[in-house]
Ligand binder design. Structure first.
Ligand code: GLP
Length: 241
């Protein structure tokens, strides 16, 4: 595992964007796994800036997002569909047909999960998976549990996760109770994983995830088994390592 610590958010965002952009520049038809949340916003901004400078084209890339809320209209301001358009897709040349986000409004959610896994299989392995980290150690929406699920599945969101995400909604009652998420099996199959963590409020959980024994109670701890993990931390998040 390669842990890089940055003394400014700007440097961290630049480093994260560089890793993703060079992946797209060097791997023909790169398959990217993308994440949402507050953490990657600055990285996406740098990627858009690189695209606008003509440094990179996403025409031949494919993307798969980690997760999406269940029963939140795709045009809702807090859907991950809206998030991705706002922060990335509307500003780059990644063709719409090559962008994938699980459909949390599908009439048959189980079938949607199977369809999503098939689409990932068809695209081949994910070359680079971008990940944020939940305060309870979740990755994607794989919440702490007695057992973790390999492929895309429906998940009941932990109260802690709903509370953390309530900041984006009018009230906690508006935060969906379920989501669809890629499973840990799919995440761990990615050739390279880029985990990005910012803030003192995540110092405890990133320490547990990277340095304590591997446990399904901290899903991110499974990343310790990955042969090609890059971790980008700001100094606050790295405070307890
Ligand atoms: C969210 C997402 C995750 C994200 C995590 C941390 O709910 N499902 O993919 O990594 O929680 O979010 P943030 O970056 O806003 O702290």
């Amino acid at each position: 595992m390669n842990i890089l610590i940055f003394d400014s958010e700007e440097k961290l965002n630049l480093a994260g964007a560089n890793i993703i952009v060079s992946q797209v520049q060097t791997v023909p038809r790169a398959v990217l796994g993308l994440a949402t949340g507050g953490t990657p916003v600055g990285i996406y901004k740098e990627i858009v800036s690189d695209f606008q400078k003509g440094m990179v084209s996403f025409r031949n890339a494919t993307s798969f997002n980690l997760d999406e809320y269940v029963n939140l209209k795709s045009d809702h301001p807090e859907s991950y569909y809206t998030y991705m358009n706002t922060h990335l897709f509307a500003h780059i040349d990644l063709p719409e047909a090559q962008r994938h986000i699980p459909n949390g409004n599908a009439s048959d959610l189980e079938a949607e999960c199977a369809r999503y896994d098939e689409a990932i299989e068809l695209a081949g392995q994910i070359d680079l998976q971008l990940l944020g980290l939940g305060h309870n150690g979740h990755i994607g929406f794989n919440e702490p549990a007695h057992a973790l699920i390999k492929g895309t599945h429906i998940v009941e969101l932990a109260e802690k996760t709903r509370e953390a995400n309530a900041r984006f909604f009018d009230s906690i009652d508006d935060v969906p109770k379920q989501a669809l998420t890629m499973g840990v099996g799919t995440i761990l199959k990615a050739k390279k994983i880029l985990l990005v963590v910012k803030g003192a409020d995540k110092a405890d959980i990133i320490q547990k995830a990277l340095q304590d024994p591997i446990t399904t109670d901290v899903p991110a701890s499974l990343l310790q088994t990955h042969p090609n993990l890059i971790v980008l931390l700001d100094s606050a998040a790295a405070g307890k390592l």
